[in-house]
Design a protein around this ligand. Structure first.
Ligand code: PLP
Length: 357
C-alpha cells in the first residue's frame, strides 16, 4: 500500500522496521528508548546525535539554536510573538492560505499584525512576488508559510526582508530540498510530515533573537530557556525525538537533502504532468509555485469523487481525499513516499479516466 496522507504521514519503511526491532531491546539494553530517563547517557546521546544530523542535513550555522519542543507547529503561532517581538509592537505576515491565516489570528492576540500581502483574491492559488510585499521596516519580524499544505502552494523564492528577521513555517516542506538557513531568523516545523511522529516540533532560531520575551511568557515557551536546557527543561517527547533521529539518518543515506530533492522534483513533475495532460483532472495553482509536497487536484466531474477515492483505496492508494475545507483530492508526496507510489497513482488516474471519461 501507498500512503498519501498530508500528516501525520508516511514514514520510511526502513525506519519503521528499525524502530520495531528496537522497541523491545534498544542496543542490547533489554528495554526501549521510550522507557529510559531522558537524563540517561543513552538518551542524551540519541538526542545530541539527532540534533547534529539535522544540523548536517540543513547545514545549520553555529549561531542558530535547534530546539526540540512540543505542542505542534500551532503552538509556535503564539510562541513566535512571545519570543520575537523583542519590545516592538508589530509584525508582518504574508497570507497565502489557511495556515498563514491561523498564524495571523494567533499573533493578533499579542501585537499589531500588518498583512504584507495576501493571495485571497485568487483563492490562494499563487504566491505574491517580492515587489508585492508591503513590508514595514519597523516590524519585529516577517512571517510566512513557504508551503501551504492544504492548497499546495510553495514559494519559489525566499522573501528578502532586509534586516527584519524572516520566520518560516516549514511544517510541510522542511528537508524536502536545500534551503539557506542563514536567510532566516527562525524556521519551525511540526514533525509529522518530513521528520517523524506528531507531538515533536523543531525550532531553528538565530541566537541573537533570544532573551527578550514578553513578560508573561511561560518558561516552557521561552526559546532561550529551552536552548539553555538543551530542550530538556521538562521531559521532552523522547520517542518522537528518537524516531526523528532515525529519519535523519535515513535521509543522509538517501544523499541528504540534495539527494531527496532530486527525487522530490521528479515525483512532483510527473504527477503535475499527468494532471495537466489529461482534461479529466486539474490543479488551479500557478505553475511556478506548485508544491512539491502537496498536490491537490479535482476531477472534471465531481460526482465521481467518491468512486475515485474508493477505487484508489481498493488499489492500496490511501488517504487521497482533499482537506475537509476544500474537498477534491490531494496527494501528499513527502520524502518518505517512494517514487513507485507516484507511478502507481498516475497509472490509476489514467486507468480511471479512461473508464469514466
Ligand atoms: N503549519 C502547516 C504549514 C501545516 O501543514 C500544519 C499541519 O498540517 C500546521 C502548521 C499545524 O501543525 P500542528 O498540527 O503540528 O500544530
Amino acid at each position: 500500500n501507498y500512503n498519501f496522507s498530508a500528516g501525520p504521514s508516511a514514514l520510511p519503511e526502513d525506519v519503521l522496521k528499525q524502530a520495531q526491532q528496537e522497541l523491545l531491546d534498544w542496543h542490547g539494553l533489554g528495554l526501549s528508548i521510550m522507557e529510559m530517563s531522558h537524563r540517561s547517557n543513552e538518551f542524551v546521546g540519541v538526542a545530541a546525535e539527532a540534533e547534529q544530523d539535522l544540523r548536517d542535513l540543513m547545514q545549520i550555522p553555529d549561531n542558530y539554536k535547534v530546539l526540540f519542543m512540543q505542542g505542534g507547529a500551532s503552538s509556535q503561532f503564539s510562541m513566535i510573538p512571545m519570543n520575537l517581538l523583542r519590545g516592538k509592537n508589530s509584525a508582518d505576515y504574508i497570507n497565502t492560505g489557511d495556515w498563514s491565516k491561523k498564524a495571523i489570528q494567533e499573533a493578533s492576540r499579542y501585537c499589531e499584525v500588518n498583512v504584507a500581502a495576501t493571495t485571497a483574491d485568487n483563492n490562494f492559488t499563487s504566491a505574491p512576488a517580492q515587489h508585492e510585499l508591503k513590508l514595514n521596516p519597523d516590524a519585529a519580524y516577517v512571517h510566512y508559510t513557504p508551503n501551504e499544505t492544504i492548497r499546495g502552494v510553495e514559494f519559489d523564492y525566499i522573501p528578502d526582508t532586509g534586516d527584519v528577521p524572516l520566520v518560516a513555517d516549514m511544517s510541510s516542506n522542511i528537508l524536502s530540498r536545500p534551503v539557506d538557513v542563514s536567510r532566516f531568523g527562525m524556521i519551525y516545523a511540526g514533525a509529522q510530515k518530513n521528520i517523524g511522529p506528531a507531538g515533536l516540533t523543531v525550532v531553528i532560531v538565530r541566537e541573537d533573537l533570544l532573551g527578550n520575551v514578553l513578560p508573561a511568557t511561560p518558561a516552557l515557551y521561552d526559546y532561550k530557556v529551552n536552548a539553555d536546557a538543551d530542550s530538556m527543561l521538562n521531559t521532552p517527547p523522547t520517542f518522537g525525538w528518537y524516531l526523528a533521529g532515525l529519519v535523519f539518518k535515513w535521509l543522509k543515506a538517501q544523499g541528504g537533502v540534495e539527494g531527496i530533492a532530486e527525487i522530490n522534483r521528479r515525483k512532483a513533475e510527473k504527477l503535475y504532468t499527468a494532471i495537466d495532460s489529461n482534461p479529466f483532472y486539474s490543479n488551479p495553482v500557478a505553475t511556478p509555485v506548485r508544491s512539491w509536497m502537496n498536490v491537490p487536484f479535482i476531477l472534471a466531474n465531481a460526482d465521481l469523487d467518491k468512486r475515485f477515492l474508493q477505487e484508489a483505496q481498493e488499489q492500496g492508494l490511501l488517504n487521497l481525499p482533499g482537506h475537509r475545507s476544500v474537498g477534491g483530492m490531494r496527494a501528499s508526496i513527502y520524502n518518505a513516499v517512494p517514487e513507485e507510489a507516484v507511478d502507481a497513482l498516475i497509472a490509476f488516474m489514467q486507468d480511471f479516466s479512461q473508464r469514466h471519461g
